[in-house]
Design a binder for this molecule. Sequence first.
Ligand code: SAM
Ligand code: SF4
Length: 341
Amino acid sequence: MGDQLNSPLLPALVDRFGRSITYLRVSVTDRCDFRCVYCMSEHMSFLPRRELLTLEELDRICTAFVARGVRKLRITGGEPLVRKNIMWLFEALARHLQSGQLDELTLTTNGSQLKRFAKELKAASVERINVSLDTLQPDRFRAITRWGDIGTVMEGLDAADAAGLKVKINAVALKGTNEDEIGDLITFAHGRGYDLTLIETMPLGEIDGARHDQYLPLSIVRARLLDRWTLEDIPHQTGGPARYVRVRETGGRLGFITPMTHNFCESCNRVRLTCTGTLYMCLGQEDAVDLREPLRAGSSDAALHAAIDEAMLLKPKGHDFVIDRRAGRPAVARHMSVTGG
Ligand code: SAM
Ligand code: SF4
């Protein structure tokens, strides 16, 4: 494993707009055991396994970023917990928490495998996890995820609680699908002591339906919630794009991620690594640098760091998301499961 952390010569990562890059999201697989309607088409073709970075290569790249000042790593996908031997990566990366160079190692999961992995994740120093859950109704859950079973996810949440993992629920607000259930999701999440974050659908990748049929602006959701709840602005900052309020009636936190209605790019501190080693500088733009080739070019990390430096020059000022009824194609061709949500 790389020991570049001892090198005093590696400068911290800052882009052309003066934004410090301190957060890396890493997609460890494009595969998934669900087929959520807003994320994938039912018949996805996945990458050949040889295209994927090995777990050792993922560790080497993450370690290079930690050496450059990244303080937070999020493991995602696809479904990260379906990647074979994934616990090896968590256990390996935990050394950076122990050395104090990393503040947080976390993951985003659909919860299907949590029952099996919750304890091991906690043992690998993962403290908080994001679990995606768009509905509490079994039939709806099946309709949204196509292949998922809500009972398994609920067991996963129980296992996460029992292991002492702190959970945040992410729910995508979907027009005509779960828009009548947002209040129930608040009651559920806050009742279990979880934060809840609502997300707008983003135009990423070809799916089977039309995006504009799914898109529900959170400004509308928020206005509707005011009929029933008191939302109090709070300064809570997670270093992410969510704006938080406290729901007075539950005492819980509710976040809104509004890439479509609100532009949060000016404070963006993150970059994303795909499971094939491409570093994307923005979820909503094509600017990217291949890290796999320089990684495989030799055992020293010099070429890798040079590629990371080159990438910093490419980070765009912001995304150009638009869900256009007429365009009929996604703003960005790659799926969220490739770039890592
Ligand atoms: N499989 C894991 C999960 O579902 O949590 C991790 C990967 S998934 C791509 C990460 C997050 O992206 C999930 O919360 C999912 O709901 C969200 N997501 C996927 N496609 C999206 C889209 N087109 N717009 C907005 N959010 C999306
Ligand atoms: Fe899988 Fe997550 Fe995409 Fe759903 S959102 S299909 S769980 S990667």
